[in-house]
Ligand binder design. Sequence first.
Ligand SMILES: Cc1cc2nc3c(=O)[nH]c(=O)nc-3n(C[C@H](O)[C@H](O)[C@H](O)COP(=O)(O)O)c2cc1C
Length: 337
Amino acid sequence: MGLYRAVVQPLFFALPPEGAHRLANRLLGLPLPWERIGGAEVDPRLELSLAGIHLANPIGLAAGFDKSCAHLGALGRLGFGYVVGGTITRWPRAGNPKPRIVRHRSRDSMVNAMGLPNPGAEAAARALARAPGVGARFASIADEALEDALATHARLEPHVDAIELNASCPNVSWGRDRDNEAHLAVLLRELGARRAKPLFVKLPPFHADVERQVVLALARIAVEGGADGLVCSNTRPVADAGLAVGTGGLSGRALFGDTVRIVAEVRAATDAACPITACGGVFTADDALACLRAGATTVEVYSGLVYRGPRILRELTAGLAAAARRASRDLGTASAT
Ligand SMILES: Cc1cc2nc3c(=O)[nH]c(=O)nc-3n(C[C@H](O)[C@H](O)[C@H](O)COP(=O)(O)O)c2cc1C
């Protein structure tokens, strides 16, 4: 963490956010010892099954970091339990005009209005087929029209362990200006008849009570529709004058308080019917533990990787392994007394 914060992060942060991201992607294309760079702890106590998928640890890479699914192999080798590629749509998308990412360094946060730029399902499927993954890999999809969503799902599912349905992107009409509940129900019904692998649904966050009702309703619909897991949550919609389009989604530290609360509330609202992934502002092992204690099965990070660097994998996995060791020691002590 020290070397990254002292040397590498200042170099990345001297570039505009998308320039830094392109550089990171270029580096990920190099044959570097990614396992050692991430340094994740390998410990059987961290292993788990998520909807039947074996994971080496509960830390996932959130969608949006590798939008083209070109570097999931290197990212997996950093030590993530799983990596999510995309979000992918059926047809290629250029996304919104730039600037479309703003860093807020003092808050360890970012606001993005990328608008789902991606190479399309065909190119993503070819990238996935070319490079078999290390560990589990999922693809995030988010088409607006039903037939496009079905086509994207069909094209990508054979190449991944699971599909994450992005029912929450603030930069397309999902999560904004239509009847999301009805759309999600239809989509899950249609995908349910076709899918062969687990399907997760990524929900929007909520802060105010009116949003809370909407998101909890979506969570229940997802569970009733057969989703194998829920991801809580995507970014929080905010205004940001630094973006060309003026509004975007907030990521990072600023989300963390909401993340823990949302996981607990969604779990209660769905009667713990399926596993929940916590996503939003996780930077430390204590953050990850708080999410797991609130009822999450896995934890995804994005901003933490940007602000803390790849050694965040070491910190998170070592912290979780130490907590698991303490818990089994305490259990041993309790049963001995
Ligand atoms: C630049 C950027 C692009 C993102 N793109 C996507 C995306 O394509 N699909 C998606 O589901 N989430 C996307 N996200 C949201 C993240 O997956 C995650 O939900 C969010 O950043 C909160 O996690 P964090 O606080 O660890 O960053 C994006 C986030 C950022 C910062």
